[in-house]
Each structure stands twice: as structure tokens, then as C-alpha cells.
Design a protein around this ligand. Structure first.
Ligand SMILES: Nc1ncnc2c1ncn2[C@@H]1O[C@H](COP(=O)(O)OP(=O)(O)O)[C@@H](O)[C@H]1O
Ligand SMILES: [Mg+2]
Length: 365
């Protein structure tokens, strides 16, 4: 199992033990965080979203059982491995009934400890994968069929429209307007179906490769400047790239799709023109992540709407699908284990920040 970059929280008040565990885990390139008591453990679980917690049963403040319960409240899928001192096995077994995956006794054996951690992570991954396929499977099966049934007639309508355009007298204003309406609606429906399909389509992990975010962004900005008439819309895009950016292991097409969606949203937020700054870089103090930041000075969005932005079908646009950001989140967070965040101020602008882990971890499952 590749353990590079997987997040582990070690909860124990014994500094010597914490040190030992940290050394073992660091050797396997886990990202290790430590909490010396239960309260800190819950706070860190909320903030850092660890995938696995190594939990000592005897903590100075809250009981191990209570910490386990609260950890599970924070994240149902969090993998918890209990560490017990002499004689704590009975309680540990009881906690396994309450959601812990495994327990190990102190003093720990390095190999057995690592095995237990890997095993727990594998169980967690399998649970998440199961849920995902259960959750989407009927939709995943049905939607491509539905999309096909919608698109075929749309193609036919487009074709017929081209013929009508050639044959009729376009000096007739009402006729001309009617044709434009049909054309717009057909295009809208086509886009809608495409976005739904993108959203529903399951990930294809085989296509994970090493990619350079700078390169993807240059390509995307190029596509955008060809499809949008930026000059007449008085929109300026400035791309600042960190030339030392490490490569990431990701699905190229999906990352491209995310950048396209985010940039489109920014352009749509600047109907009167404006400026979009795009910057890549490494995250201060975290060499395992890279980021791409998109800052526009468009219409922005009010604070109370921000929690809904990533929900499927949430849109404030008359012709929006509300699927762009939902898809971005699926791609970045579920498939690449990264993070996407939005900050905005009405009438000032919006910042979208995307973080992605460096190295192989993102594509491995
Ligand atoms: N750069 C932005 N500036 C202002 N609002 C934004 C921006 N990006 C997204 N939004 C808001 O988030 C909503 C959802 O975006 P998205 O999921 O892409 O769907 P859509 O673009 O189809 O509306 C948008 O309708 C808009 O209200
Ligand atoms: Mg959008």
C-alpha cells in the first residue's frame, strides 16, 4: 500500500510514545499530527480531517470511548486504531463494536503497528468506495442512457435549423429571432446534459498521470481566450506561475475541467469587464501541497449563499445548471483528496482556492 501523504492523527499524552509513533509513520511518509488530549483531538479532527486516528484509551481529559464517539460524529468514515496499555484489551474490544477498526497493545511492535494502520486505512477506503458506488450506481447507469436520448433529437434539431437558416428569408425579424431562440435553447440543453453527464460519470482512475499544473493552466487559459472574446468583454486574465511547482499525480482531463469551470464562473461574474488573476504556488509550510488561486473582481456573492455554492443545482444564474462547482468539488476533494474553497465579497470579487497533494497519493486507492 502506498502510504505517502495519508493523514494520521496520533492522540496520546505520553510524549515518548508519540515520538516513537511519529518516527515510524514518518518513515512511511504519512502526514502526522499529534494531540495530547481528547479536546485537542476533536478540534484537530474537525480542522485537519485525518483519515486515521491512533487513539490512546487513557487521556487526561475525556475518556477514549467519548473521543471515539465524537470522532465518528465528525467523520463517519474515520478509521480509528485503539492503543491500550496493559489490561485494556477488554475495553478495546468493546470499542471495536463501537466503530474502532483495530487495537494494539503497548509496547508496540513496529511491523505489527504498521500492518494495523495499513489494514485500517484499507478498510476505510473500501467503505468509502462502497458507499460511493451504492450512492451513484443507479444514476450512473441511467444517466448516460437519458443523455443519449436527449442529445440525439437535439442534434437533429440543430441540423434542421441549419437548413432553415440557409433557406428562409432572414430579413424577417420575427423569424430570425425565433431561430435564435431555438438555437440558444438547444445549446443550453446540450450544455446542461453535458454538465450532468460530467457530474455523474464515475472516475476513471486509470487515467491518473503526473501532471504539471502550470501547463494545464496555460492550456486552459488558451482555450478560454479562443472561446471567449475577452477583449471586447474588457476582461484581462493574468497568469502568474511558480516555475518550481512540483508535479502532481492527477487525472488531467478532470483537472482541466475544474479550471475551465472556475474560470468560466469568474468570467460570468464580470459582465461589465474586469480582471482575473490566476496564480500557482506552493503552500507556505506544506511542501506536500500545491495550490492554484483564482481571484476575480466581479459581482461576488453574498455570505449567506456561500455554504450552498457546492451543492448540485444551486445557481444564481438564469441559465445556470448549478453543477459546475459541485463537479469541481467531486473532482478535487473526492477523487484527488485536495481542497477547494471560495471566499467572496459582494460587488468586490471572489477568490477560489484549489489545493492538491503532490506525488502519487492522489491517484492511489
Ligand atoms: N467567481 C464567482 N463570482 C461570483 N459568484 C460565483 C462565482 N463562482 C461561482 N459563483 C456562484 O456559485 C453559483 C454556482 O456555480 P456553478 O456551480 O458553477 O453553477 P452555475 O455557474 O451553473 O450557476 C453561481 O450561480 C454563482 O452564484
Ligand atoms: Mg458555473
Amino acid at each position: 500500500m502506498i502510504t505517502f501523504g495519508r493523514k494520521v492523527l496520533v492522540v496520546d499524552d505520553n510524549l515518548e510514545f508519540v515520538d516513537l509513533v511519529r518516527r515510524i509513520l514518518n518513515q512511511r511518509e504519512f502526514i502526522v499530527s499529534v494531540a495530547l488530549d481528547g479536546k485537542t483531538a476533536i478540534e484537530k479532527a474537525l480542522l485537519e480531517k485525518p483519515e486515521l486516528v491512533v487513539l490512546d484509551l487513557k487521556l487526561p481529559d475525556i475518556s477514549g470511548e467519548e473521543v471515539l464517539r465524537r470522532l465518528k460524529e465528525v467523520d463517519k468514515d474515520i478509521a480509528v486504531v485503539i492503543v491500550t496499555g496493559f489490561g485494556g484489551e477488554q475495553v478495546a474490544v468493546d470499542l471495536m463494536r463501537k466503530g474502532a477498526i483495530d487495537f494494539i497493545s503497548k509496547p508496540i511492535d513496529h511491523e505489527a503497528f504498521l500492518k494495523s494502520i495499513e489494514n485500517a486505512l484499507e478498510i476505510r477506503d473500501a467503505q468509502i468506495e462502497d458507499k460511493r458506488s451504492n450512492h451513484y450506481s443507479s444514476l450512473e447507469r441511467f444517466f448516460p442512457f437519458l443523455a443519449h436520448e436527449i442529445r440525439n433529437p437535439l442534434h437533429a434539431i440543430s441540423g434542421a435549423l441549419t437548413i432553415i437558416r440557409k433557406r428562409v428569408n432572414l430579413k424577417d425579424e420575427i423569424l430570425k429571432q425565433s431561430i435564435t431562440i431555438i438555437d440558444d435553447e438547444v445549446q443550453h440543453l446540450n450544455n446542461f446534459v453535458q454538465e450532468c453527464l460530467n457530474f455523474v460519470r464515475p472516475s476513471n482512475l486509470i487515467r491518473f498521470t503526473e501532471i504539471d499544473l502550470n501547463e494545464v493552466l496555460s492550456i486552459v487559459v488558451n482555450i478560454i481566450s479562443h472561446t471567449y472574446d475577452l477583449e471586447s468583454q474588457r476582461i484581462k486574465i493574468t497568469l502568474t506561475q511558480d516555475s518550481c511547482l512540483p508535479k502532481i499525480y492527477a487525472n488531467y482531463e478532470e483537472i482541466k475541467q475544474v479550471f475551465l469551470n472556475v474560470i468560466r464562473n469568474a468570467l460570468e461574474a464580470m459582465p461589465e469587464g474586469g480582471e482575473l488573476l490566476i496564480r500557482t504556488g506552493q503552500i507556505h509550510g506544506n511542501p506536500r501541497c500545491v495550490e492554484a488561486v483564482f481571484i476575480d473582481n466581479g459581482v461576488g456573492i453574498s455570505q449567506e449563499k456561500i455554504p450552498y455554492l457546492f451543492q448540485p443545482f444551486f445557481t444564481t444564474k438564469q441559465r445556470g445548471t448549478g453543477l459546475g462547482l459541485a463537479l469541481c468539488r467531486r473532482i478535487i476533494e473526492e477523487r484527488h483528496h485536495g481542497k477547494i474553497e471560495i471566499e467572496s465579497q459582494e460587488n468586490k470579487g471572489t477568490t477560489v482556492k484549489i489545493e492538491l497533494p503532490v506525488g502519487r497519493r492522489a491517484g492511489e486507492r
